[in-house]
Design a binder for this molecule. Sequence first.
Ligand code: NAD
Length: 323
Amino acid sequence: MAVLVTGGAGYIGSHMVLDLLEAGEEVVVVDNLSTGFRRAVPQEAAFVEGDVGDGALIARLMADYGVDAVIHFAGSIVVPDSVADPLGYYLNNTVNSRTLIAEAVRARVPHFIFSSTAAVYGIAREMPVGEDAPLQPISPYGTSKLMTEWMLRDTAIAHPLSYVALRYFNVAGADPKGRTGQSTPRATHLIKVACEAALGKRPGLEIYGRDYDTSDGTCIRDYIHVSDLIRAHGDALRHLRAGGDSAVLNCGYGHGASVLEVLDAVERAAGCTLDKRDAPRRPGDAPELIAGADRIREVLGWTPIHDDLDGIVSSALAWERKL
Ligand SMILES: NC(=O)c1ccc[n+]([C@@H]2O[C@H](COP(=O)([O-])OP(=O)(O)OC[C@H]3O[C@@H](n4cnc5c(N)ncnc54)[C@H](O)[C@@H]3O)[C@@H](O)[C@H]2O)c1
């Protein structure tokens, strides 16, 4: 019995692989290394360089390893790129996910966990945003993920497959033991970018809009430590294996931090003053995005243990120093 982790050489997937190995699971990773790194996957996991859209490869892995669960991280994740290349995003995030789900059905793999995103909500009217809020993605990225959620929903009705789709809010931080972290070049995530700036890897950074209707005028996001996010996947796997129902769950803390609060935390952790420049608002940026975070606690019994902005930032900075 093994867990197939797609995208296990990437930022979040590499944390998942470490966690599964620590729990004594057999792990097989499939990753095409488009944005991931071979070195991020420990030797104890089987690694196959290949594409999730390669149905024959996926079928072989499921049969050879006796896969009982798929955890599907592989995908393309840069929202503005999805606007420039919508068909590329629908291919990699939607069409390739369809292939993976079809092979799971064919091989009678009973459980599936999917990396979805808060981008499925678009500009939510009410905060915090609960799972039952209207689904109105404003980017091809968000739509490509929502379509995969819907494929899973319909497949789970027609076939013996149970699934959990986790809608991540803003994932940040790194493994507290320093074994992996976010290595992606050209990353757009605020904490990553600010850590790069603090270490002189980029000249400074922009603050996109200071005139939002928030406490300090900058955007507020729900930053979740990657280790807490991974624990939610472990909880989801236990839930499904115990016969639990399929579920779609937000993954966030239920409170947020503003851009300025994040930058203050980075300056505190790094002991420096960042070169910050004011820039206009970016189209599509909501003033605030906070997870309604009750359902995941009720359904999975998830209890976060890293809900602390300074801790998130320190772990991200420690990883950035190693790169
Ligand atoms: N980082 C976040 O804040 C965030 C927020 C919401 C959702 N997500 C989702 O989490 C997942 C993981 O994101 P991440 O931040 O670790 O990104 P990442 O780019 O670090 O990881 C993605 C991995 O998937 C691999 N990959 C991409 N397409 C593939 C394919 N067709 N076949 C095989 N491998 C492929 C890449 O090489 C990479 O290793 C993604 O599905 C993303 O949409 C991330």
